[in-house]
Design a protein around this ligand. Structure first.
Ligand code: ZN
Ligand code: ZN
Length: 250
C-alpha cells in the first residue's frame, strides 16, 4: 500500500491525467457492461418502459461526464499533493465507519442537491438533460449535463477536504457509488419482492426506487438510501405497491 501511494505521489501531471482518464473509462465500461448483463438477467421484472433507440446525444453526454469525472479525480489528486486533502492508511474497523459515514453524509448532501436541482429555475441548468431520458438504460447513469457532473464532483471534493477518510474506505465508497448509480438505471428490478420487508435492507435504494423518480419527478430524490425521502415525506406512496413493476402496468 505504501509503495502504491508513493508511486501515485511521484506521478508527473500528464501521466496522472492519462491514468485517471483511463480509470474513469474502465469504470464506465464495467458499470454499463454489468448493468446490461443485469438488465438481460432480470428482463422479466421491468420497472420502466423500454428505452428509445440510443441517440448520439446520449453518447456525447456520457463522454463529457467521463472526461469531467476524470478532471474531478485529477483535482482531488492535486488537492491531496498540496496537503489540502488527507487520507489515512488504516485498514481496521475505521474503514467500515468511513464507508458508513461517507455514504450517509453524501446521501444527505446529494438528496439536498437533487431536490435543489428540481427547483424550477435550476432544473434546466442542472438536471433537465438527465430527465430527458426518463426510460433509463445503464448508460443513462452517465447522461448528465456538465454542470450537474461538476456540482456532484465539487460536493465530493468538499467532503474529502473536510474529512480525512482511509484510502480503503474511500475506494469502497466510490465503488458503491457506481454500483448504486448503475442499479438505479438498469430498468429492471434484481431484488426480490421480499426486499421491501427485510429490516435495514428495506432502507437501501433499489432499481424500482430510482425508476419511479424518472417516471414521476415528485418522488424519490435519494441515491443510496430511502432514509431522507422517508424523513422528508418524498418517498413515492406507490413504492411498496409498485415494487418490481413498471408504473401503470399490472
Ligand atoms: Zn437517473
Ligand atoms: Zn431528478
Amino acid at each position: 500500500m505504501d509503495g502504491l501511494i508513493e508511486t501515485l505521489r511521484g506521478l508527473s501531471l500528464p501521466v496522472a491525467a492519462i491514468l485517471f482518464l483511463a480509470e474513469n473509462i474502465v469504470i464506465a465500461i464495467l458499470a454499463v457492461g454489468f448493468g446490461n448483463l443485469l438488465a438481460r438477467m432480470y428482463a422479466g421484472r421491468p420497472v420502466t418502459h423500454p428505452p428509445e433507440k440510443l441517440s448520439r446525444a446520449e453518447i456525447l453526454y456520457s463522454a463529457s461526464t467521463i472526461i469531467l469525472n476524470s478532471a474531478i479525480t485529477f483535482i482531488g489528486f492535486l488537492l491531496w499533493r498540496a496537503g489540502i486533502v488527507h487520507f489515512r492508511e488504516d485498514v481496521g474497523i475505521g474503514v467500515l465507519l468511513d464507508i458508513l459515514l461517507i455514504t450517509i453524509v453524501m446521501d444527505f448532501a446529494m438528496y439536498v442537491l437533487h431536490r435543489a436541482a428540481h427547483i424550477r429555475f435550476l432544473f434546466p441548468l442542472l438536471h433537465r438533460t438527465h430527465h430527458h431520458y426518463d426510460r433509463p438504460r445503464p448508460l443513462t447513469l452517465f447522461v448528465l449535463n456538465p454542470f450537474e457532473t461538476l456540482s456532484f464532483g465539487s460536493l465530493w471534493l468538499i467532503v474529502i477536504s473536510l474529512y480525512s477518510a482511509s484510502w480503503l474506505g474511500m475506494s469502497i465508497y466510490l465503488g458503491l457509488n457506481v454500483l448504486f448509480g448503475m442499479i438505479g438505471h438498469i430498468g429492471v428490478e434484481p431484488f426480490p419482492d421480499s426486499w421491501k420487508r427485510i429490516p435495514v435492507l428495506r432502507y437501501i435504494s433499489t432499481s424500482t426506487f430510482h425508476a419511479q423518480h424518472h417516471h414521476d419527478r415528485e418522488w424519490n430524490y435519494g441515491f443510496y438510501t430511502l432514509i431522507w425521502d422517508r424523513i422528508f415525506g418524498t418517498l413515492s406512496p406507490r413504492y411498496d405497491e409498485d415494487f418490481g413493476r413498471t408504473p401503470g402496468e399490472k
